[in-house]
Design a protein around this ligand. Structure first.
Ligand SMILES: C[S@@+](CC[C@H](N)C(=O)[O-])C[C@H]1O[C@@H](n2cnc3c(N)ncnc32)[C@H](O)[C@@H]1O
Length: 356
């Protein structure tokens, strides 16, 4: 019995021990799983922290780079801000002077400029107070009246206007509406600018160009008037945005081209659409002759009309007198090219009397 009991006891003991071992291993297993879980959590945590820190660093880096970029962009803005552009909006300068004649001009449909362009022209004259002014392209005389009105109180100021047309309507608004302006005005009609320049003479303070619009148009006008302009004269040009504001058929590039290559300080009217300003002025940089080859080179495009042969001959003689041989060579080259080009590629032109 004892033996059996002992054996039984042993059995129980053994069983207990087995049971004990089972629990022991189970516990170890559980704590191993826990450990793995904890380790896993720690790894996840570490990875998350790592990602967060990496992202944070990346953001800091991005911010740093963009700050740097902003800084350099700002620097560029400062560096690029065009010193040659004067931010005086001349369409807001002494407009009351223009307002004196505004009603009359509107009533008689005299002017081919919009109101703020007229105000700008008035502002240019009021600001710079030129004494000797040349105007190229008159039509009924709207712009002419604005200039004459603006120089009324400027002693000895005089306006010389040129129009290729000899139509009796040229300048009629001045004659009909403002006869009191006539003593400060001389009108030349029926020929190109080169024909009249020697008569007008030098020391010109300002020129206002609003003529053919198609190439070579205003580019030639500027080159013709340049030898007679004073140092730092004012050059006003109308329709400098026709390339963007008018229909593609009216690709009138001449004023746009010459305005943008003339070297000098730029004046534009107010308004946000900066490419659409259709009138502007330049105060010439001194010693313009150092840029003269650039101006002649600008004539080297495909012309939209070919000037009359008699005008070409007149210009050749004129350029011989006032410009160097390189200018003449460039002029002859573009004339020879365009004589054939325009014949083969006739394009729209508004003022027929410009060509044969
Ligand atoms: C747009 S109108 C001038 C409008 C005027 N500035 C105004 O404010 O109403 C153009 C004038 O330039 C003249 N014209 C055209 N080609 C010319 C040229 N090559 N030389 C001089 N005048 C020209 C035309 O006869 C026309 O009268």
């Amino acid at each position: 019995m004892k033996l059996i009991q002992k054996k039984g006891y042993k059995k129980v003991k053994i069983r207990k021990k087995q049971k004990y071992d089972c629990n022991y291993y189970l516990n170890i297993k559980i704590s191993l799983i826990n450990l793995i879980l904890i380790l896993f959590c720690i790894i996840i945590l570490i990875i998350t922290f790592y990602i967060i820190i990496k992202r944070r660093n990346k953001n800091i880096l991005i911010n740093k780079i963009s700050n740097k970029q902003n800084k350099t962009e700002n620097n560029n803005v400062l560096e690029n801000s065009n010193e040659n552009e004067e931010k005086i909006y001349l369409d807001q300068f002494e407009t009351y002077i223009y307002n004196n004649i505004k009603e009359q001009l509107d009533k008689h449909d005299c002017c081919q400029m919009w109101d703020n362009q007229r105000e700008f022209l008035n502002g240019v004259v009021r600001k710079f107070r030129p004494k000797k002014i040349v105007e190229i392209g008159v039509y009924k005389g709207g712009g002419t009246s604005i200039i004459l009105n603006a120089i009324q109180d400027i002693e000895n100021a005089h306006l010389y206007s040129i129009d290729l047309s000899d139509d009796h309507n040229i300048g009629k608004c001045v004659r009909n509406l403002f006869p009191n302006f006539l003593n400060k005005w001389t009108l030349f009609t029926g020929d190109i600018t080169a024909k009249f320049m020697e008569q007008i003479g030098n020391n010109i303070d300002m020129v206002m160009i609003d003529s053919a619009h198609f190439e070579p148009g205003e580019i030639l006008d500027f080159i013709m008037v340049l030898p007679f302009l004073k140092e730092e004269a004012i050059v006003g040009i109308h329709d400098i945005a026709n390339q963007i504001t008018k229909s593609p058929k009216r690709n009138e590039y001449a004023p746009y081209i010459i305005f943008n290559i003339i070297r000098g300080k730029t004046y534009l009217p107010s308004g946000e659409k900066r490419l659409r300003h259709d009138i502007g002025a330049k105060k010439l940089e001194i010693n313009q002759m150092k840029y003269i080859h650039d101006y002649f080179r600008a004539l080297g495009g495909q012309w939209q009309y070919f000037p009359k042969e008699k005008h070409i001959q007149l210009m050749i003689e004129y350029f011989k007198k006032y410009y160097d041989n390189d200018c003449l060579i460039m002029f002859n080259e573009t004339v020879e090219f365009n004589r054939h080009f325009v014949k083969k590629n006739p394009r729209g032109q508004i003022y027929g009397y410009n060509s044969d």
